[in-house]
Design a protein around this ligand. Structure first.
Ligand code: NAP
Length: 246
């Protein structure tokens, strides 16, 4: 654990998977962390205890990112506990796959609500409340470029996240706040692995010249770079963290 850097990070959807790895990495970098979740209270609490035992500072905060009022309360909780927010990582997301012919409205609405509206809710709150000099990192997906069959709705929500990344970077002129996105490729988490036959996982694993799936820690390292001192001149960019798939 590095010495505390005096900065506060809110990471949405960080009870497990990539979000949990981001929280662990940021805590190790010296950030005080707010672990947001929708349903996974026990996992979030266990992660907070682990960070505290390693000498870091963490709280958990339940909020469904698709609910604007809940997101405002999430920032209120961070303010009350730590006096403000310096870094927002928009990680909460879901993936539901189906061809456009077979996708139903529930598949469309759920992904738009969490991936797109959820990111809108937190970006709006952060643009009003983030301390000057802060950072924002949005999680996109390499599917915005790979565009594989069945990923249509998911990729569309992430393309919209990339669009907001570029626009917000410009809107925050004068505040010394950077806004970037990290676009992972296939990464070994519940979201990616659930429901996929082994042969599909093997095929996707071998798409990358580095011949493996991404690990959550690989993605956390990219976020850490954009959130840390070495990433300060990167603004309005999408960093593909995918082992070279595209
Ligand atoms: N894994 C990949 O291959 C991959 C590739 C490209 C991009 N990504 C992106 O990376 C991000 C993290 O994905 P992951 O693979 O780590 O997924 P994951 O293992 O399914 O974890 C998703 C996290 O989001 C939380 N969450 C879900 N809905 C939420 C909501 N409405 N409000 C707040 N939190 C919510 C979940 O917590 P609860 O259980 O508490 O709801 C969980 O902590 C996503 O944005 C995903 O699209 C992943």
């Amino acid at each position: 654990m590095s010495k505390a850097n005096g900065k506060v990070a809110v990471v949405t959807g960080s009870s497990r998977g990539i979000g949990a790895a981001i929280v662990e990495r940021l805590a190790a970098d010296g950030f005080t962390v707010v672990i947001n979740y929708a349903a996974g209270a026990a996992e979030a609490e266990a992660l907070a205890r682990k960070i505290e035992q390693a000498g870091g500072r963490a709280i958990t905060a339940q909020a469904d990112v698709s609910n604007g009022a809940a997101v405002a309360r999430l920032f209120d909780m961070a303010d009350a506990a730590f006096g403000g927010v310096d870094l927002l990582v928009n990680n909460a997301g879901i993936m539901r796959l189906a061809s456009l012919a077979e996708a139903d409205e529930a598949l469309f609405d759920s992904q738009v609500a969490i991936n797109l509206k959820g990111t809108f809710n937190t970006l709006r709150e952060a643009s009003r409340r983030l301390r000057n000099g802060g950072r924002i990192v949005n999680l996109s997906s390499s599917q915005t470029s790979l565009l594989h069959p069945s990923y249509g709705v998911y990729a569309a929500t992430k393309a919209a996240v990339e669009a907001m990344t570029h626009v917000l970077a410009r809107e925050l002129r004068g505040r010394n706040i950077t806004v970037n996105a990290v676009a992972p490729g296939p990464t070994a988490t519940k979201l990616f692995l659930d429901g996929k036959p082994n042969e599909v996982i093997e095929r996707l694993k071998n798409l990358a010249p580095l011949e493996r799936l991404g690990e959550p820690s690989d993605i956390a390292a990219a976020v850490s770079f954009l959130a840390g001192p070495d990433g300060g001149w990167i603004n309005g960019q999408v960093l593909r963290a995918n082992g070279g798939i595209i």
